[in-house]
Design a protein. Sequence first.
Length: 361
Amino acid sequence: MPTDHPLPRRSLFSHAPLRRMPHQVLRRLLDRLPADTPPDGPRGPVAQLEERVRGLLGKPAALLFPTGTMAQQVALRVHADHRGRRAFAAHPQTHLANWEAEGYSVVHRLRLHPVGDRHRLLGLADLTGVAEPLAAVLWELPQRDLGGQLPSWRELGEQVAWARDRGAACHLDGARLWEAQPHYERGHAEIAGLFDTVYVSLYKGLQGVRGAVLAGDEQTIAQARLWRTRLGGNLPDAWPLAAVALVGLEDLLPRMAEFRDHARTLAAALNADGVARTVPEHPQTPLLHVHLPVGKDAVERAGADLLAERGVQLYGRVRSSPDPRACSFEITVGENALDFTVAEVVDLIRELVERARRIER
């Protein structure tokens, strides 16, 4: 690896390579997979994973996809074709708008109707302003680009009811549903039961290799299977994606409340210290954004210096701000973050800010 991109020895970043090195991942699999595990078929990891997720979400059927991007676009395509409508509504900061190069439009000829304020959660009043017929409404739980915020259960139910009354399908971007579930204190199936289709990620909170599962009724999933083939996503040897995800479901899913509670403790300490502030102030999930009173370029340089000097990585990416004197980065609490004490994180972020301020002088 180039010397200007050293491997971290410790990292707050949940997707740092610390626990994701191929050798480590393969060792975990060898410890869990029986020697006679077949690569496919009803006893293979893919079938086991689909059945496990189907049961967790309480849906009639579930289907493995190589990426969440493909899974969500396929779900929206199926809903649009079924209703003869091409528009779907979602928050302006939906992942489909920010990170997928408008694939929903280029590939599927769908049109996004952004709804609401990009810096606030979607509300029922925002939806009631939509006049055009919609194929679907998409909710992201939690809203990643808002620091992992969640609507109340009542608000969510009211919004879903509004969409159903107007003939729109209800789709859940549940990339971080595993992390959101403890906040609602309801089972995964009860949350998923609000929606016609649900996508869940296998590599975010579950720390899998990659991959996603789409769950819904049997007819929708049958159509999704056809689209998966059309888009080149029917991988004949997908068992590694499924096998690693099964380990994550076993080891990490039961710890989501623990991770959330640690995020709350961390946020309280950072806000009390005062050099940084968190959004939200009281995290609802293991995810939070740390807002700093210094510019993005200086923070990136300061973070690179910390990594080079001490092997400590504090973030995966620094987010710019409309104020050039401020920026933020994301923390998702998981096993990596638990390697640090709360006091140590506060000290490190204070040091990061102090270093950045010296750079800006």
